[in-house]
Design a protein around this ligand. Structure first.
Ligand SMILES: Cc1cc2nc3c(=O)[nH]c(=O)nc-3n(C[C@H](O)[C@H](O)[C@H](O)COP(=O)(O)OP(=O)(O)OC[C@H]3O[C@@H](n4cnc5c(N)ncnc54)[C@H](O)[C@@H]3O)c2cc1C
Length: 485
C-alpha cells in the first residue's frame, strides 16, 4: 500500500476495535468522540499532505521493496542529503501545528527505521529478532501506520531509584508467561502520547530509565503490537480540546494529541513481534547503540525549530499589539527567544553537517549536537512560555470570548480593547493564541511535555556527561601545564 491519505488513516482508526477510556466512558470511535476527534483530524491532514501534488516529492520516496511512494520519514538515510530531505519532510509536518503536536508519526518512524537498520543488534539477543524488527519496520512503512510508544514503568516509590525491578514489584510491566505463540505481558506503562489515535504501540526500554543489573528477565523486552490487541486498555487524561471555537482555543481545538496510561491485561505478544527479551544490557543500551535516540532526536529538534519560530513570531506580535517593543527589558526577552531559535537551528545544522555513517551503515545525525539541543529545550521551552506570560501580562486575562463580541457588551469591547496598532477583535484573537501557549491547560501540558517526554532533565544531563568524551580536552590542559602547547 502506498503512503496513506487522511481518509485512509481515519478509516483505519475506525476499523481497528480498541479499548479506550476517557472521562469514565468507553470511546467507541475516536474519530467522532468529542475531545479526540479534532486531534485525529489534524493527524489526517498530515497524511493528506503526502498526496498534495506540490509537496509529494518532498513528503514521500520510492519504497526499496515495493517501488511505491511511501512516507519520507521512513527513509533509511545513507547520505547527508537523505538526512536533509528527511528534515524538510519533517519540517512540513512540524509547521502544521508549529511543533504543538510533538508526536506526529515521523517521531516513531525514524526510531523504527534506526532499530531495523541496526538489526544485528537484536540478533545478539536471539538470531530471529533481527528479522522480526526488519519485518516490522517494513510492515509499518508499507502500511503507513501510526505508532505510539510507552517506555516508562509506574513506580510505587522513588526513594531508592533503580531497585524495584525484582519479585517484590507489582506495578512494572512484566512477562508473566511464555508459550509457543509468544510472550504474555501484564501491568501498566506511562504514558502513551497519541495512544488513542495510533494504529500500533511499541514497548521498549527508556534510555533515561535504565533497568537495574539485578532486573529479572521478565522486565527486559522490546516489542510492538496493534492498539486493538486483546487485553490492551488506554486510559486517557481529560481532553484539553473543550469543544470551543478556534478563535477561543486556537491550539487546543486543533492539536490535542492526548496522553494515556496503558494497561496490559495478559496481552499476548506473538514471537514475530518480539525484538528483545531477557537481556537487560541489550535493553538498556538499545536507544544509544542503535542510534534510535539520534534519529528520533532529528525529528525532535526539527519540531523544536518550528516551535521556536512560532514563539518568536507570536511574542513580536504581542509586543507590537501592546506597543511595548521599545522597552529595553522587553527587547531583552525578545532577544532571548531569538537566541533560542538560532541555537536550536545551529545545532540541527551541526547534526547534519557532522553526520557520519554508523556501524550499521546508516547515516546518523551527529549525536552531541542532537543531545545538547534536546537537553537545552527542556529548559528553553518553559522559559519561552514564561516570556509570553511576562510580555502579555493582563492581556492574557482581559480576554472576552468570541461570543462576547456579539453579546450585550460587544460595543464596549470594540471601543475599549483596541490598541494603537490593533482593533479589539485582532487583539483578543491574538491573546487567545498567546493564552493557549502560556496559560491554558493545553499550554501547561506543552510545558510539561517538553520538560519530561524524553526523560527528566537531571537524568538527561547525567547521560550527556557520562557519554561525552572529555579526555582530549583534559589532555589539552595537561599539555598546557607541562609547557608543551
Ligand atoms: C506530556 C507527557 C507526555 C509523555 N509521553 C510519553 C510517551 O509517549 N511515551 C513514554 O514512554 N513516556 C511518555 N512520557 C513519560 C516520560 O517518559 C516520563 O515522564 C519521564 O521519563 C520521567 O519519568 P517519570 O514521569 O516517571 O518521573 P520520574 O523520573 O520519577 O521523576 C519525577 C521527579 O522525581 C525526580 N526523580 C525521581 N527519581 C529520580 C531518579 N532516579 N533520577 C533522577 N530524578 C529522579 C525527577 O527529577 C522528577 O523531579 C510523557 C510524559 C509527559 C509529561
Amino acid at each position: 500500500m502506498p503512503a496513506r491519505t487522511g481518509k485512509d488513516y481515519l478509516a483505519g482508526l475506525r476499523e481497528q476495535r480498541r479499548e479506550i477510556y476517557l472521562g469514565g466512558q468507553r470511546v467507541e470511535d475516536v474519530t467522532a468522540f468529542p475531545g479526540l476527534a479534532n486531534g485525529a483530524r489534524s493527524v489526517a491532514a498530515l497524511y493528506d499532505m503526502q498526496h498534495d501534488p506540490a509537496l509529494r516529492d518532498e513528503m514521500t520516496y520510492t519504497s526499496p521493496t515495493t517501488g511505491q511512494r511511501v512516507g519520507l520519514s521512513f527513509i533509511t538515510p545513507k547520505t547527508t542529503d537523505d538526512l536533509a530531505r528527511r528534515r524538510v519532510m519533517m519540517s512540513h509536518w512540524a509547521h502544521t501545528s508549529f511543533g504543538m503536536m510533538g508526536r506526529t508519526p515521523d517521531f516513531l518512524n525514524t526510531s523504527l527505521m534506526a532499530m531495523a537498520g541496526a538489526g544485528d543488534y537484536f540478533a545478539q539477543n536471539r538470531p530471529e529478532f533481527r528479522q522480526n524488527i526488519i519485518d516490522y519496520y517494513e510492515y509499518v512503512r508499507e502500511h503507513d501506520l501510526v505508532l505510539t510508544h510507552t517506555l516508562v514503568n509506574l513506580q510505587r516509590n522513588r526513594a531508592a531509584p533503580g531497585t524495584p525491578l525484582d519479585d517484590r514489584t507489582e506495578v512494572a510491566l512484566s512477562v508473566i508467561r511464555e508459550s509457543d505463540e509468544g510472550i504474555v505481558v501484564r501491568g501498566p506503562r506511562v504514558l502513551a502520547t497519541l495512544g488513542p489515535l495510533a494504529d500500533e504501540i511499541a514497548v521498549y526500554p527508556a534510555r533515561s530509565h535504565r533497568l537495574p543489573g539485578t532486573a529479572l528477565d521478565r522486565y527486559a523486552f522490546a516489542f510492538a503490537i496493534p492498539c486493538g490487541a486483546p487485553g490492551l486498555r488506554f486510559l486517557c487524561r481529560e481532553s484539553y480540546d473543550l469543544g470551543r471555537s478556534r478563535f477561543d482555543h486556537p491550539l487546543g481545538s486543533r492539536f490535542e494529541e492526548m496522553d494515556a496510561i496503558v494497561f496490559f491485561d495478559d496481552v499476548l505478544v506473538p514471537w514475530k513481534r518480539v525484538f528483545l527479551y531477557g537481556d537487560t544490557e541489550l535493553c538498556n543500551n538499545l536507544a544509544m547503540a542503535t542510534n534510535q535516540y539520534a534519529h528520533s532526536g532529528h525529528q525532535v529538534v526539527t519540531k523544536n525549530v518550528a516551535k521556536c519560530e512560532f514563539v518568536v513570531g507570536l511574542a513580536n506580535l504581542v509586543v507590537k499589539t501592546l506597543g511595548s517593543e521599545s522597552a529595553p527589558h522587553v527587547q531583552v526577552m525578545l532577544a532571548e527567544l531569538i537566541e533560542d531559535l538560532e541555537i536550536t537551528k545551529a545545532l540541527l545544522c551541526a547534526a547534519e553537517v557532522h553526520a557520519t555513517l554508523d556501524r550499521w551503515g546508516v547515516m546518523c545525525p551527529a549525536r552531541a549536537p542532537i543531545t545538547v539541543a534536546r537537553n537545552l529545550f527542556i529548559r528553553m521551552y518553559p522559559r519561552m512560555a514564561e516570556i509570553i506570560q511576562l510580555l502579555g501580562s493582563s492581556s492574557l486575562m482581559a480576554l472576552p470570548g468570541e461570543a462576547d463580541f456579539s453579546g450585550p457588551l460587544g460595543r464596549k469591547i470594540e471601543e475599549y480593547l483596541e490598541t494603537d496598532t490593533a482593533n479589539a477583535r485582532d487583539r483578543v484573537q491574538l491573546f487567545h493564541l498567546a493564552w493557549d501557549v502560556a496559560c491554558s491547560a493545553f499550554g501547561s501540558r506543552q510545558v510539561l511535555y517538553e520538560r519530561f517526554f524524553q526523560g527528566d532533565w537531571m537524568r538527561n544531563a547525567t547521560l550527556l556527561y557520562s557519554t561525552y568524551d572529555v579526555e582530549p580536552l583534559m589532555q589539552q590542559v595537561r599539555r598546557f601545564m607541562m609547557g608543551r602547547s
